[in-house]
Design a binder for this molecule. Sequence first.
Ligand code: DX5
Ligand code: ZN
Length: 216
Amino acid sequence: MIKLAPSILSADFSRLAESVAQIETGGAHLIHVDVMDGHFVPNISFGAPVMKSLCGKTELPFDVHLMIEEPDRYIEDFVTEQTESITVHQEACIHLDRTVSHIKSLGVKAGVAINPATPLAMLDCILADVDMVLLMSVNPGFGGQKLIPSVLEKAKVLCRTKRKNDMGFEIEIDGGITLDNVREAVDSGVEIIVAGSSVFGGGKPQQRTKEFLDTF
Ligand code: DX5
Ligand code: ZN
């Protein structure tokens, strides 16, 4: 099943619960929570208190994307009843195997993300242990950017590796996904679609959510 995870980075922060209710009504599967520290990426978004303010206001699980340095220091802050997964960047982890084990020890799915210029080979020794691989299809830090097409090739290769080795991780793509290119992303083997500005931009997140689901 293909899942849609709208990114609240592009939502109206002054009416976050309402924005989330709209994507929930529209049928979204997850809330993509983009955490940025101004160091790993050149932008600051929000921290665990903002995510936690949504607990109980929605049934949707949280798909937490940590674009931060030293993620080990903050992982536990993002564990709630509604946290489905916590994804760290391979580029930000000195001891990725230990970080992945730490996330899983908390009863949460462990994801690893790689930036567009990071080769898949950097994940060779961790693929068997993760629950999800997040392929950044933009350079992280901002919503509303254009998809980097070479990442779709990466998704195809990763999907082949997964199938050949009968591995269980899900493949997520994150950045620049629109109604015009989402079909191509799905055909590349991606199973979780992150979409921020194309869902929340334009003021009709419920309708946009439905339009995305209609393409799957
Ligand atoms: C970028 C974030 C993405 C971004 C997606 O650093 O990780 O999740 O918010 O936004 P769009 O879909 O507008 O590219
Ligand atoms: Zn993200």
